[in-house]
Write a protein that binds this ligand. Structure first.
Ligand code: FAD
Length: 302
């Protein structure tokens, strides 16, 4: 979608929005798939209610982009614009055991920044790409660590009320790859309460997690991490692997040879290829085990 109306563009600029016209989302997503639209970089949290009000008034549909590491975006010209928070400097501020982190902060860099100040707990999240906002949205987790366990409060734009609010941890539920935020809420910042730990101990934990990742995941290939959530009491990857589906392909979309729940873009896969592969694997697993796999990857279809 292209924004052409001069007055709308002027109003957006006055609200601190930086327009990046005609961006191919394939360049902003870890899968390397996705069509083209205008990207609006949001530089001020306080302007968000007015920005979204303006988009609504002009019937301009929108999506929120974090780091693009859990997304499968449709092909072609996209029928919505994309909003992305720009990263403030600094994006992490420490106060004792509390880390105040902007949603646009890179998760891995936030983990290592806290580690250097002897604040641990997040070691398991070290290899999870993307932003802190994206991690909060789905309660990202790995190796027994989930970001939600450390949250004390979240600053969020609540679309239903068009206000920016601070939610305490007891007002949010964080479950396995699921949170109680509304789909159109936008996470702006979070406060994490992290345990004190010596840097040397945290680094040791980080090394162990990095080794586990290197041993089990397709490194250096375009993916969105796990495509499916694990069904209760089972591993989606194991179910897919047991059916011998590693290497199964539709066009350049392919089930990884290394980790059966990672689907990779082995060349010039389209969203259509990847969606067909996801549907095929889901059907086969359902037929074989009676289990319907639910997407972990977020699909932005057109
Ligand atoms: C190689 C690889 C390994 C991975 N390993 C893991 C893993 O171990 N564990 C795990 O949990 N995930 C993993 N992932 C998936 C992904 O990294 C996480 O889900 C990550 O937290 C997504 O963050 P993001 O900023 O990239 O979000 P995006 O992909 O940009 O967006 C994902 C969703 O979050 C929403 N969103 C993003 N930012 C905001 C915001 N500020 N406010 C509201 N909504 C927002 C988007 O609208 C979208 O619906 C992996 C991905 C890759 C590529």
């Amino acid at each position: 979608m292209r924004l052409n109306d001069a007055k709308t563009l002027e109003e957006l600029a006055a609200l601190g929005v930086e327009l990046r016209p005609g961006i191919a989302l394939s360049t902003l997503t870890s899968l390397g798939i996705g069509g083209t639209t205008d990207l609006l970089r949001v530089t001020r949290h306080d302007a968000i209610p007015a920005i979204l009000d303006l988009l609504d008034r002009h019937q301009i549909r929108h999506k929120f982009l974090g780091g693009g590491s859990n997304l499968l975006v449709g092909d072609g010209e996209l029928p919505w614009v994309v909003l992305q928070l720009s990263q403030p400097d600094p994006d992490v501020v420490l106060d004792g055991n509390l880390a105040h982190v902007d949603a646009a902060a890179d998760l891995g860099r936030a983990v290592t920044f806290c580690a250097k100040h002897d604040l641990g707990g997040l070691e398991g999240l070290i290899g999870v790409p993307g932003t802190v906002g994206g991690a909060l949205r789905m309660n990202a987790g790995a190796y027994g660590t989930q970001i939600g366990s450390y949250v004390t409060e979240v600053k969020v734009y609540r679309a239903a009320r068009r206000t920016i609010e601070i939610l305490r941890d007891d007002q949010i539920s964080f479950e396995y790859r699921h949170t109680s935020f509304a789909p159109d809420d936008m996470m702006l910042a979070v406060t994490l309460n992290l345990p004190s730990k010596p840097y040397s101990e945290i680094i040791q934990g980080i090394r162990i997690c990095n080794e586990k990742r290197r041993a089990s995941q397709p490194m250096g290939q375009k993916s969105a991490g796990c495509i499916f959530k694990n069904p209760p009491g089972a591993s989606a990857g194991r179910l897919i692997d047991e059916l011998g589906l590693k290497g199964l392909s539709v066009g350049d979309a392919r089930v990884s040879d290394r980790h059966a729940n990672f689907f990779v873009n082995a060349g010039r896969a389209s969203a259509r290829d990847m969606l067909a592969l996801i549907a095929d694997v889901r059907d086969r697993v359902q037929k074989a085990y009676g289990v319907r796999l639910e997407n972990e990857v977020v699909v932005w279809s057109t």
